[in-house]
Design a protein around this ligand. Structure first.
Ligand SMILES: *Cc1c(COP(=O)(O)O)cnc(C)c1O
Length: 231
């Protein structure tokens, strides 16, 4: 077995174990393989090992790989910060966008989504750690719910839920507390009548904590593809 297939298998085992501990079905957690900085052939190896959804953070790098990999029909998630002058290529080439943090960007993505494509699946990014350097809307519930309501009115987007990148911590309790903020927000949105089903939280170092707090999509790079030479 190649290194990437082995990384994927180890990841699925971690997901299954954490799901068992949380009393959840392992099918309730999707694995997004974060392939940023890795070449197209690494994605092809992961595809051959059964992986179908890939996350990219750098637009031009992603577009170049998509050309090489057009034959696969992979599901592409844009997980990087969104510059408002890049909304058209993002809306054209991706299936999902995780980093919506202001209405303007959501409006531009909706306007730029090709009408023949299915709605772009989107997540609102929430800054659960309150770090000013990180992108994402502040977790104050009212603001996040207002943004969610507004995004739900846009015709070519489908709001699926929330995403977060918490401050890294080695402490499971701290990891869980940060993820719980996002899980609570999803619960509030549902109580307010929004039919959202996705929590994008958990990465290589904290996916167990995210699973214990109800994540439905873990974004894993290093544990599948190995260490990156740039972020
Ligand atoms: C790079 C990245 C990941 C993957 O991180 P790992 O620690 O390598 O698993 C997940 N989410 C986002 C938004 C990223 O930018």
């Amino acid at each position: 077995m190649g290194a990437i297939a082995a990384g994927l298998q180890a990841c699925h085992e971690r997901i299954e174990k954490a799901c068992a501990q949380a009393g959840r079905a392992s099918s309730s957690v999707r694995l997004l393989a974060v392939s940023k900085t890795f070449p197209a052939r690494a994605i092809r190896d992961a595809w051959q090992a059964g992986q179908r959804a890939f996350g990219e953070s750098y637009l031009q790098e992603a577009l170049d790989k998509m050309v090489d990999l057009a034959d696969l029909g992979a599901e592409w998630h844009f997980i990087g910060p969104i510059q408002s002058n890049k909304t058209r290529p993002i809306a054209t080439h991706f299936d999902w966008v995780h980093g919506i943090d202001r209405l303007k960007v959501a409006q531009r993505l909706s306007e730029a989504r090709p009408p023949a494509s299915p709605p772009l699946q989107v997540l609102i990014q929430v800054n659960v750690s309150g770090e000013s350097s990180k992108s994402g809307i502040a977790p104050g519930e009212a603001l996040a719910l207002d943004l969610a309501r507004a995004v739900r009115t846009l015709p070519h987007l489908c709001l699926r839920g929330f995403m977060t990148i918490p401050r890294p911590s080695p402490d499971l309790a701290v990891q869980r507390a940060q993820f719980r903020v996002l899980a609570d927000l999803l619960a509030q949105a549902r109580l307010a009548g929004m039919d959202l089903d996705t929590l994008s939280m958990g990465m290589s170092d904290d996916l167990e904590a995210a699973i214990l707090e109800g994540t439905t999509l873990v974004r894993v790079g290093t544990a599948i593809f190995g260490a990156r030479t740039y972020p």
